[in-house]
Design a protein around this ligand. Structure first.
Ligand code: ADP
Ligand code: MG
Length: 263
């Protein structure tokens, strides 16, 4: 059950459109080691609506990967609130978190993270095997998502037999196979040459046009411009957001500055 005070803000939001898929409110993440405390994120407010394509940019160490990990339920905030599909994430137990991560989130990493001794087909299938899905149904999902990325001719290959660009396409297929609510991509072109990087970005564009909700982290302004919404982070804070929703959206007052950066 959702505590009433936590759903109130979402209900109010519904008055002017569909509820956000993702809502972060004053989210702070502090990494504490023996010597230092690092404030990786500082009171971040962020709404992501279904179907949005958003890029997160900013210098190395500004908190981009931390933000993606929190959205993807790989880590938890030190303080603040997070709702995923109107559900307060802090109320989930360990198993519920794992289940929701598996179903709602598709991750794409800079280093592809395919498993070397599994075939392409097995790699894409792996997240589905945790769901108790029938083998025939798994196969259909796997082939459909490999088809979306143009890799059905490589199902029996191993990752090492593919180019970097092809491996990343397979990683995109793996992220898609479970039909997630959101695709999260952390520097997906970082290990690719510009031609393969362009191809992966084109693929994300296509997926977006088919309705996918995408949040991509990139430090390349050329790639950030693919997204219709650009969020800039600096020292763990959102300093600019050209698509902030509502009057309280962070950086909404800085819209002119953001237009200048995208063009
Ligand atoms: P970005 O992806 O923008 O380069 P990160 O989100 O990886 O930045 O990191 C933000 C800050 O948090 C950095 O100062 C980084 O050193 C620190 N940090 C990230 N993860 C950890 C961790 N697990 N333990 C300690 N500090 C961390
Ligand atoms: Mg990073």
């Amino acid at each position: 059950m959702e505590p009433q005070h936590q759903t109130k803000a979402i209900m109010e939001q519904e008055a002017d459109g569909p509820p956000p898929l993702i809502r972060l409110e004053a989210v702070t993440k502090i990494f504490a080691t023996d010597e230092v405390e690092t404030h990786a994120l500082e009171r971040v407010d962020l709404d992501i609506r279904p179907g949005e394509y958003l890029s997160v940019s900013g210098p190395s160490g500004c908190g981009k990967s931390t933000l993606l990990s929190l959205i993807g339920l790989l880590d938890s905030p030190s303080s603040g609130h997070y709702w995923l599909k109107s559900r307060p994430v802090e109320t989930l137990n360990f198993n519920e978190r794992a289940r929701i991560r598996n179903r709602e989130v598709g991750f794409i990493f800079q280093s592809f993270n395919l498993i070397g001794d599994l075939t392409i087909q097995e790699n894409v299938e792996l997240p589905l095997t945790y769901r108790g899905m029938l083998a025939s149904e798994r196969k259909r999902h796997v082939l459909e998502s490999l088809e979306k990325v143009g890799m059905t001719h490589r199902t029996k290959h191993y990752p090492s037999q593919l180019s970097g660009g092809e491996q990343q396409r397979v990683a995109v297929a793996r992220a898609l196979a479970g039909d997630p609510a959101i695709l999260l991509a952390d520097e997906p072109t970082g290990n690719l040459d510009s031609k393969n990087g362009d191809a992966v970005m084109q693929l994300l564009d296509d997926l977006h046009h088919q309705g996918a909700t995408i949040c991509i982290v990139t430090h390349d302004p050329r790639f950030a411009a693919h997204a219709e919404r650009v969020v800039n982070l600096l020292d763990g804070r959102i300093v600019n957001d050209n698509g902030a929703h509502g009057k309280s959206g962070a950086g909404a007052e800085k819209g002119e500055e953001s237009d200048g950066q995208i063009d």
